[in-house]
Design a protein. Structure first.
Length: 194
């Protein structure tokens, strides 16, 4: 019988599942989705493969759990940062700041690895749904600003945010990247001069 390393069995199981998800996420980010197998995840977490099956039925189930784990935490952090804001430009600026902050912490690494992976249709669908939820405040604020060609402007600004995330993940100064990104954002949504 394995040793229980927590005050309760429920807490032990929560910790074990968290350790498995952490190991799986690291495998996903460093080696790709094909590396996320029950055997590899168990080995990385220091557990037998049979123990992994107590939590996840397959590698696909582990990947689905990574999706469900990574996005809600980032979305909750974003919601907290945006709480109480009503000015569309301030919402967009805060969204950019928070996205870059999360990227600097490595919070977007699992999502980036998942987007690059060949996933089953149900995982792709859920990933897309969570991504739409994540960018909804930015899109709503952009539409409220009544900029010309909001879809194109949104895609271009999304490219700026993606580039900013990549820059800080590669080691660029977070404050400098944030300042420049906000300069570009403000220039893009400024009303045209007649």
């Amino acid at each position: 019988m394995p040793r229980i390393d927590a005050p309760t069995l429920a807490e032990h199981r929560r910790r074990q599942r968290a350790a498995l998800l952490s190991a799986a996420t690291e495998l996903l980010v460093t080696q790709g989705v094909k590396a996320v197998t029950p055997a590899a995840v168990g080995a990385a977490a220091g557990l037998a493969r049979s123990s992994v099956y107590q939590y996840f039925g397959s590698g696909a189930a582990i990947v689905a759990a990574i999706i469900e784990d990574a996005f809600p935490r980032a979305n909750e952090a974003m919601a907290a940062a945006l709480a109480g804001l009503t000015d569309p430009l301030e919402i967009m600026a805060t969204y950019v700041r928070e996205t870059i902050r999360l990227a600097a912490q490595g919070a977007h690494r699992p999502a980036a690895a998942l987007r690059a992976a060949e996933l089953p249709p149900e995982c792709l669908s859920r990933l897309e749904e969570l991504h739409h939820e994540q960018v909804a405040p930015f899109r709503s604020a952009l539409l409220a600003l009544d900029v010309p060609d909001p879809m194109i402007t949104g895609q271009l600004l999304g490219g700026v945010v993606e580039a900013a995330m990549a820059a800080v993940e590669a080691g660029a100064d977070r404050d400098a990247v944030t300042r420049r990104s906000l300069d570009l954002l403000r220039a893009a949504v400024r009303p045209p001069v007649a």
